[in-house]
Design a protein around this ligand. Structure first.
Ligand code: 5SP
Ligand code: CO
Length: 222
């Protein structure tokens, strides 16, 4: 398992001042940018032009979470926009192995996301093609939803498969992660944590990043 990383989502930040909002979380390991196209999910956020502007203004690297149809055709735009990690949904990719290879070849970390009802087992043999697997712990589309405990067994199974294959693939969780739920995820084997509303509704977002990291690190070492 890798060291604990915290990647705040800006979905619940003030979109009118995104540059300033990102500057409020200097301790974050990554900034999670939720790209939504109103087709793969029933919500619309921003595209590569905005992500490119954010990448230029941020001292923290960007972790793009693409909730878009036709990921095969559009994912590379986010590598070109300057994201250090690009996550596509397997439900939206026609050729996930080819896409992961293309993302890596273009110079970013390649990551694949699974919705709550999508199993990890069919993708066991492609773990070595991935730098990260993202297990959604809410249905994608909106911030501020309740954490789905039913996803915890899948986190455990994903960690067991990664151990079995001896890969260094990171295991990210996204959705409803807070000081209350992060321990369960870390104990199950996750090492990269997206937190949106928990961070941006805190009085001091950067302090919340530190608190989340400390809580997860303690749970991981138990
Ligand atoms: O990808 C998504 C939602 O689809 C997430 O990244 C959320 O934006 C995280 O927000 P919280 O659930 O932590 O409020
Ligand atoms: Co996300």
């Amino acid at each position: 398992m890798g060291h604990i990383q915290i990647t705040p989502s800006i979905l619940n930040a003030d979109f009118a001042r995104l540059g300033e909002e990102v500057a409020r979380i200097p301790s974050a390991d990554w900034v999670h940018v939720d790209v939504m196209d109103n087709h793969f999910v029933p919500n619309l956020t921003f595209g590569p032009t905005m992500v490119e502007a954010l990448a230029r203004s941020s001292s923290v690297p960007l972790d793009a979470h693409l909730m878009i149809e036709d990921a095969d055709r559009n994912a590379l735009e986010y590598v070109e926009a300057g994201c250090g990690s690009v996550t596509f949904h397997v439900e939206a990719a026609k050729a996930p192995v080819r896409l992961a290879r293309e993302i890596r070849a273009a110079g970013a970390r390649a990551s694949m996301a699974l919705k709550p009802a999508t199993p990890i087992e069919p993708y066991e043999d492609m773990l070595s093609e991935l730098d990260m697997v993202l297990i959604m712990t809410v249905e994608p589309g909106f911030g501020g939803q309740r954490f789905l405990d039913l996803c915890l067994p899948k986190i455990r199974r994903a960690r067991a498969l990664m151990d079995k294959h001896g890969v260094e693939t990171w295991l990210q969780v996204d959705g409803g992660v807070s000081l209350e739920t992060i321990e369960r995820c870390a104990e199950a084997g996750a090492d990269v944590f997206v937190a949106g509303s928990a961070v941006y509704s805190a009085a001091d977002p950067d302090k919340m990043v530190t608190a989340l990291r400390e809580t997860a690190t303690a749970a991981q070492q138990r």
